[in-house]
Write a protein that binds this ligand. Structure first.
Ligand SMILES: [Zn+2]
Ligand SMILES: [Zn+2]
Length: 126
């Protein structure tokens, strides 16, 4: 399980849907009281951000017209995550580099997403 925590619009279909599924797996593990120590210590997941991150991914999934029928409950997430407060931190810059290395589609999208700011200095034609 891994929360990439990258801007969802810069992720390919596979990784967007993959992270979404893994959020549901993380919630399932917490519900069953299964240990997620390895994921916490590895900086792979942050239960405290589960609900907000799910929301963010679903917004992007909806924008791309993917079906989403698995809504989750904010109160349940907050109460399950409480015990993990301050236990983990996710290195987003490292995740961006890792995903770019792993997936040409994500690399392409991330680049496209950054394009407008990078080309700030281009002189408008006409
Ligand atoms: Zn969902
Ligand atoms: Zn990808």
């Amino acid at each position: 399980m891994r929360m990439w925590m990258l801007p969802p619009e810069g992720m390919c279909r596979k990784h967007l849907l993959g992270e979404h599924v893994e959020l549901h797996m993380l919630l399932g593990s917490m519900r069953r009281g299964k240990s997620i120590e390895g994921f916490l210590s590895g900086g792979l997941v942050d239960p405290q951000q589960l609900f907000a991150r799910h929301d963010e991914l679903v917004t992007e999934m909806t924008r791309r017209r993917f079906k989403h029928t698995s809504s989750i409950d904010a109160c349940e997430c907050a109460s399950l995550a409480a015990q993990y407060a301050g236990r983990t931190s996710i290195n987003i810059a490292a995740n961006a580099a890792e995903l770019r290395r792993r997936c040409p589609d994500c690399a392409h999208l991330m680049q496209a997403k950054n394009a407008p700011t990078q080309s700030k200095n281009t002189i408008p034609v006409g």
